[in-house]
Design a protein around this ligand. Structure first.
Ligand SMILES: Nc1ncnc2c1ncn2[C@@H]1O[C@H](COP(=O)(O)OP(=O)(O)OP(=O)(O)O)[C@@H](O)[C@H]1O
Length: 270
């Protein structure tokens, strides 16, 4: 369970990114966080693993008061929370399997860290994680020979190998074309359902959010302005979340999708 109680976040330059956030997210939920650029989506999800420190209120993750963690406790806490970024964050000049094995480095004794020796169990776990996202066959291929979608799946496998309870995904499909985006979203959904891992995803593609997430959290100017089941989201609610600019936002999303589709391809947007 993730619980935000009156959470505030003001950056050191005085920008208040989150105001009075109150949320409860249960284990195994698939939540999409949507809103205009600058609304505070990224800040919200990055507070959960303490990439950003909250400046007010209380944030509890599985009975841990996140703001009170210190030093090594933060590292151990983060082991349970996977993070996926738009830019994949992989070492592209080495193999897929090496990128997944990296997730075990914090667990290695010092001598193994120096020699880069992983145990047989760790290698098997890494291969299993690659299998779960359907790219086992690429295990010994260099990452720079993979497509963007395949690279994002490697990032997902690396996260899975650390057996997380929660996956935070910050715009995971923003650099992918619509077809590949679906493949990656399918992976998120399968992992969420089969392994009961909570997924909290910051996402610009509203149609994908509506198709894949169970719950939508709408953020506007740092405040939660909608929180409910995906099936309850209406065009009026989207307009509210997007501050009366839903039509504009939808047009710009349609444009960016059209640019990535082959000529004559249809838009995925309603
Ligand atoms: N490190 C930082 N220092 C100062 N202000 C920041 C920092 N990061 C974000 N902000 C500000 O906090 C507010 C919320 O930003 P955030 O990145 O959380 O929004 P977002 O909804 O994720 O936007 P986008 O969709 O463009 O990524 C914005 O006004 C932004 O300029």
């Amino acid at each position: 369970m993730i619980e935000f109680m009156n959470v505030e976040k003001t950056y050191s330059n005085g920008t208040t990114a989150l105001r009075n956030i109150n949320l409860k997210i249960g284990q195994g939920e698939f939540v999409a966080v949507i809103g205009l650029s600058g609304a505070g989506k990224s800040t919200l999800i990055r507070c959960i693993n303490r990439m950003h420190e909250i400046t007010g209120g209380t944030l509890i993750v599985d009975d841990v008061d996140v703001a009170k963690l210190k030093g090594g406790q933060i590292r151990r806490f983060r082991r349970r929370i996977g993070m996926i970024f738009q830019s994949f964050n992989l070492v592209t000049r080495t193999t897929v399997i090496n990128n997944v094995l990296v997730s075990f480095v914090p667990e290695l004794p010092l001598w193994r860290k120096w020699t880069g020796l992983f145990t047989k169990e760790q290698r098997i776990k890494a291969l299993e994680a690659l299998d779960k996202v359907g790219i086992l066959v690429k295990a010994f291929v260099r990452v720079d020979q993979l497509s963007g979608g395949q690279q994002q799946r490697v990032a997902l496998a690396r996260t899975l190998a650390q057996s997380p309870d929660i996956i935070l995904a910050d715009e995971p499909i923003a650099s992918l074309d619509p077809v590949t985006s679906r493949v990656v979203m399918d992976d998120f959904k399968n992992i969420n359902k089969a392994m009961n891992i909570s997924v909290i995803m910051n996402i610009h593609h509203v149609d994908m959010a509506l198709e894949y997430a169970d719950r939508i959290i709408g953020i506007r100017k740092g405040e939660v302005v909608f929180d409910g089941e995906t099936s309850k989201v209406t065009p009026e609610i989207l307009d509210h979340i997007y501050g009366g600019k839903w039509a504009e936002e939808r047009a710009s999303l349609q444009e960016s999708v059209a640019e990535q589709l082959p000529a004559g391809g249809s838009s995925l947007y309603v």
